[in-house]
Design a protein around this ligand. Structure first.
Ligand code: FNR
Length: 376
């Protein structure tokens, strides 16, 4: 029996298998409102047998968008289109998750398909103007990027409140899981890392002080989110730069998160600085999920170039992570989970387990037709 396809129960939620579609910003929203594109894009994964489908990073305040096309959750108007998506995902047997984020000093940039970096003349001509970006201090992400406004303590409280309001909206929209985005150089990651947090107040300095704001946010969210529903945190387990976050720091952060009731650490890496050198290989971030799981004693998910079902199976079997998150491979192959189920089951999947019930007899007929042509 495949371990990848064993259910996982976290609090009151049972996920049908260990596969998760990683959060992926599509930059296709207008005014932060999710639309039919998001419904169909994510709906394919629910039909494709994935266990958990994570809605892309959704901005808890307008300044916290990466681009003008980000999905948002900063107003009650955002709830209804999100509710439609969560409801479809759940009706198809998937668990519906949503990542809640704030882009911090990496906000106010072009959509990736327009360019890489601050808004240019083409966007300004369409009336897509830059906005104030915020961070722990005033150092921009890169040369030519907007200089952030250094957040005062009272402003941190306002941002924490925005995360809390977003939690209640995610609940109203019917999601089963929320994931706090504390990775990839966005606002909370920039508080965690010594490379970007040079504050001299209680929110900067030594490790505990750098952890303080992200932990305050996570604890306030966990308090509001229903106790029978799980909450994940996504981190960059290393900055891949000397003097930045190392896995030991992430283990300590995970221990503190476990204490406040976080259910799973989604272990990514990098994104803080363009100077990072990332050694790519299949499953290259798995060792981080493994260390955090073992040393902080908390469930983890592994992500990053996990494309082969056998590799995914091995990670779960060897106890290195509890879930496998997949991003780009899922774009290429929305039925990856169902195909993995066939590949990992000896004798295939002749009953078409997991496929939508409306497809099953047609898939069986297709099999027989193909077989009869092959035999002719
Ligand atoms: C991403 N990624 C990402 N991560 C995140 O935490 N929140 C997000 O909204 C996004 N957005 C996003 C958009 C797109 C188009 C891609 C390709 C990626 C990162 C993603 O979740 C994942 O960690 C990486 O892509 C590595 O996994 P894969 O692609 O190798 O499976």
């Amino acid at each position: 029996m495949s371990k990848l396809f064993e259910p996982l129960t976290l609090r009151g939620v049972t996920i049908r298998n260990r596969t998760m579609v990683a959060p992926m910003c599509m930059y296709e929203a207008k005014d932060g409102l999710a639309n039919d594109f998001h419904l169909v894009h994510l709906g394919r994964y629910a039909l494709g047998g994935w266990g958990l489908v994570m809605m892309e990073a959704s901005a808890v305040e307008q300044r916290g968008r990466i681009t003008h096309g980000d999905v948002g959750i900063w107003s009650d108007d955002h709830i209804e289109p999100l509710r439609r998506i969560a409801s479809f995902l759940k009706a198809q047997g998937a668990v519906a998750g949503i990542q809640l984020g704030h882009a911090g000093r990496k906000a106010s940039v072009q959509r990736p398909y327009e360019g890489d970096g601050p808004l240019g003349s083409a966007q300004l001509a369409k009336g897509e103007l830059p906005w104030e970006v915020v961070g722990p201090g005033t150092t921009p992400f890169d040369e030519g990027w907007i200089t952030p406004h250094a957040l005062a303590v009272s402003e941190l409280q306002d941002i924490k409140q925005s995360f809390c309001d977003a939690v209640l909206r995610a609940q109203a929209a019917g999601f089963d899981v929320i994931e706090l985005h504390a990775a990839h150089g966005y606002l909370l990651h920039s508080f965690l890392s010594p490379l970007t947090n040079k504050r001299e107040d209680k929110y900067g300095g030594d490790r505990d002080d750098r952890f303080r704001f992200p932990l305050e946010v996570a604890a306030a969210m966990r308090n509001l989110w229903p106790s029978d529903l799980p909450m994940f945190v996504r981190v960059s387990a290393t900055d891949w730069v000397d003097g930045g976050i190392q896995v030991d720091d992430t283990v300590e952060f995970a221990k503190a998160l476990r204490e406040i009731g976080i259910d799973l650490m989604d272990c990514s890496t990098g994104g803080l600085t363009p100077r990072a050198q990332v050694p790519l290989s299949f499953g290259f971030q798995v060792p981080f999920a493994e260390s955090v799981k073992r040393e902080a004693n908390i469930p983890t998910s592994a992500v990053g170039l996990i494309t082969d079902p056998q590799l995914a199976e091995q990670i779960i079997t060897e106890g290195k992570a509890d879930m496998i998150a997949v991003a780009r491979e899922a774009l290429a192959n929305p039925n990856w989970a169902l195909n993995a189920l066939s590949a990992l089951n000896e004798g295939g999947n002749s009953e078409f387990d997991g496929w939508p019930r409306a497809y099953k007899i047609w898939l069986a007929k297709r099999e027989r037709a193909l077989q009869s042509i092959a035999n002719a």
